[in-house]
Design a protein around this ligand. Structure first.
Ligand code: GCU
Length: 326
């Protein structure tokens, strides 16, 4: 009896020691992003976190902070550079200021169609762009499809003339600023989270985004005309601090990378449904979707490409490479 009690205590002791050592070994990575919990990208990142937890037997956990709780996209990327955050979901527009290779994604009408854009994301070029920020202290793990963007306002935008002199919110991306200038508008960089109030109060006349972000951020309550001009296709990007990544074992790093790619595939499925559902929702809120003649927009932004050819050989090479990919 004494002996079996002894065995029992030893087993309980060992179990305590084991769970204590597991708790000690568990690493929690903080992930920040600026969309709400209903956005498809949040759901894709939940799958990412679940897969990482499962495949590492709970050694790596990812805690997701949505709604820009820990800072807007720029602030989050800076916090990641300072070591206060491990993972950030940003997008190629915001990344332009951190790594110029992302500029290509922000050029209007560079991609022939959706298939061309998606090809670039998985192509060697796409991978080069993801690793281009290495010297800034982070790398891209994967892209998340974020569809195409259109202008929206309180009045219909049918041609670039309708944008003339409007105060148009853009992301803090030099290419977005040049694009709106080329179209005759007045570009105003602003963080995503500040846009609802700015539109509502009339500080901003127009903005541009994909349809799910337009409705889920409630901009559809205040801007009732959405133009299907599809001027850009700008992917979201999941970034990880190189310091945080290097703290993981090789096996854990491989799990994180694979889970990110899997969540990107899941996002592609979620995206199409989300675009359809959110468009239907906007229509119920009396938003009018306007089909436009894209040629007038394409003509207006042509000088941007002439300018790049003259002043930015790196970007110009990238543009040529992207165009030749079938
Ligand atoms: C998209 C994108 C976000 C970005 C936002 C914006 O919704 O997914 O990452 O912040 O556009 O316009 O700021």
């Amino acid at each position: 009896m004494k002996n079996s009690k002894h065995v029992l205590y030893t087993v309980i002791g060992a179990l305590f020691a084991l769970s204590a050592s597991q708790a000690f070994a568990a690493t929690t990575l903080k992930l920040s992003h600026n969309q709400n919990r209903d956005h498809a990208v949040h759901k894709a990142m939940i799958q990412f976190a679940d897969e990482v937890k499962e495949k590492t037997d709970g050694e790596i956990r990812i805690r997701i902070y949505p709604d820009a709780q820990l800072g807007n996209q720029r602030e989050s990327m800076e916090l990641m550079q300072n070591g206060a955050l491990d993972i950030v979901k940003s997008n190629a527009a915001e990344l332009e200021a951190f790594s110029p290779a992302y500029s290509a994604f922000n050029l209007p009408y560079l991609f022939r169609d959706k298939a061309h854009y998606q090809k670039i994301l998985s192509h060697e070029i796409g991978k080069e762009i993801l690793s281009s920020s290495q010297n800034s202290g982070f790398i891209g793990l994967t892209y998340y499809d974020a569809g195409s963007r259109g202008f929206y306002a309180k009045k219909p935008i049918r041609t670039p003339d309708d944008l003339k002199d409007l105060k148009i919110r853009v992301q803090p991306s030099p290419s977005a600023i040049s694009m709106v200038k080329a179209l005759g508008g007045n570009p105003t960089p602003l963080a995503y989270g500040e846009l609802y109030t700015a539109l509502q109060q009339g500080v901003i006349d127009a903005a541009e985004n994909n349809i799910p972000s337009f409705t889920l951020s409630r901009h559809s309550e205040v801007a009732k005309f959405f133009s299907l001009d599809e001027h850009t296709m700008i992917p979201d990007v999941l970034l990880i601090s190189t310091k945080s990544l290097n703290k993981l074992t090789n096996e854990q790093q491989a799990i994180v990378k694979k889970a990110a790619l899997n969540s990107s595939k899941y996002m592609t499925q979620l995206w199409e449904t989300s675009e359809n559902e959110e468009r239907a929702k906007a229509e119920k809120q009396n938003v009018k979707f306007i089909a436009v003649d894209k040629v007038t927009f394409q003509e207006a932004v042509k000088p941007m490409y002439d300018d790049i050819a003259k002043t930015n050989p790196e970007l110009s090479k990238m543009v040529d490479r992207i165009r030749t990919i079938e």
